[in-house]
Design a protein around this ligand. Structure first.
Ligand code: HSE
Length: 403
């Protein structure tokens, strides 16, 4: 019997306890061993909870119990989550996590500690919630040179945008629903400002390109500036507004990544990734494109990925050596502003000035549009050029268009 400790009894941690309990038979079959939860660490007490008797408040109980071989970290953040992960690994326990902030910023260091001790540090649930994406990238696509990865990486913002697009909901109403459904982070700023997606695209870039990308280096724009007017204009351009994280190799030894709202063409599969669903496109030189789709957030989908990692850790008690990346040499990470694309602009200016800056553009309007603004789609420019061309205009929105 394998004993597991769960650190952090929030949405995901409680889902992990439920899945291990409810699916114990199939989990035992898949792991070839029975797995049970011995401790649940949390600051709080949970009187009347089914697992009330497993609650402990002191991490050293877990650290010093030789019976515990796998620690699940679902605390989040980089504070005590980092400390407990390190202490668990140093105490000889494999660690499984859904904590994208910790993996994106300190994953390389924690993997190194795990490898030195021949343990596992696994994080399938850190990107795409329940979607299998880490293993496909590192195992199934291992024959490819991967040169681009992009997609809808945050369930909360995709839920909010979908509610705005399909039901005309306000931003606040939709955010409230996402919080009620357990999709949002404890502080939803990380979702709506794009930081959560930034951490995830860093992890994907680390794994796809093999070099560390620091989340602090990447340009991150969230969805707080997206309005119902943008939604309406986008419809007239046969697009939907989606928050995308995108990472691309820009040369033999260079890469870039960013997070921003995009107008995604309705002819693209990504445009139909709605609600809390995530969709991730990976491009490899042998494979071409593959898209991974599924529930990107929520208690049980995320727990499903965590528990699969627990099973993997139990089946492979020695370190999974393929899961790693190197430090990046200086100059590896390049400025995403120089990536060209078509752009959607909503500006206040004169028609004459738009003509001078862009020549002929594709204007759009809708009944009820503000009379003082123009919306249009441009040809391909890099962002630096776009900022120069729109320099004399009042720019309300400026998003890349992707097919
Ligand atoms: N807050 C995250 C999201 C949870 O909405 O995608 C899953 O990482």
């Amino acid at each position: 019997m394998v004993k597991v400790a769960i650190c952090g009894y929030g949405t995901v941690g409680s889902g992990v306890a439920d899945v291990i309990f409810e699916n114990s038979d199939s989990i035992a079959r898949n792991a070839a061993e029975e797995i049970s939860v011995k401790y649940i660490l949390d600051k709080r007490d949970f009187h009347g909870d089914h697992f009330e008797n497993l609650i402990v408040h002191d991490f050293s109980i877990i650290e010093n119990d030789p019976e515990v071989s796998v620690v699940v970290e679902t605390i989040g953040g980089v504070g005590i989550a980092y400390e407990f992960t390190k202490r668990a690994l140093l105490a000889g326990k494999s660690v499984v996590t859904s904590n994208k902030e910790l993996v994106a910023s300190r994953g390389h260091e924690l993997i190194a500690i795990a490898k030195q001790r021949n343990l596992n540090y696994l994080f399938e649930a850190s990107v795409g919630g329940g979607i299998p994406i880490i293993r496909p990238i590192t195992q199934c696509l291992a024959a490819n040179k991967l040169d681009a990865v992009y997609g809808i990486l945050n369930g909360t913002t995709n839920y909010i945008l979908t509610e705005m697009i399909q039901n005309g909901a306000t931003f606040e109403e939709a955010l409230h629903q996402a919080q009620e459904n357990g999709y949002a982070e404890a502080d939803p700023t990380a979702d709506i400002e794009g930081h959560d997606a930034a951490r995830k695209i860093c992890i994907l870039a680390d794994l796809c390109f093999g070099r560390h990308v620091n989340p602090d280096d990447i340009k991150t724009q969230g969805i707080t500036g997206v309005t119902l007017a943008d939604v309406e204009y986008a419809k007239r351009l046969n697009c939907k507004i989606k928050l995308l994280g995108r990472a691309v190799r820009t040369g033999a030894e260079t890469a870039t990544a960013y997070v921003a709202p995009h107008l995604v063409s309705t002819s693209s599969l990504l445009s139909n990734v709605d609600g809390v669903m995530n969709g991730i496109v990976v491009h490899g030189n042998a494979l071409g494109n593959a898209m991974f789709y599924g529930a990107g957030a929520g208690k049980l989908p995320t727990a499903s990925a965590v528990v699969a990692d627990v099973i993997d850790a139990v089946k492979h008690t020695k370190a999974r050596k393929y899961l790693d990346w190197e430090d990046a040499p200086s100059g590896y990470f390049t400025d995403s502003s120089y990536l060209p694309s078509r752009w959607y602009c909503r500006v206040e200016t004169s028609l004459q000035q738009i003509g001078w800056a862009f020549g002929k553009v594709n204007f759009v309007t809708y009944p009820g549009a503000s009379g003082s603004e123009y919306a249009f789609a441009t040809d391909e420019y890099d962002e630096a050029t776009m900022l120069k061309l729109t320099g004399g205009m009042t720019v309300r929105s400026m998003f890349r268009i992707i097919d």
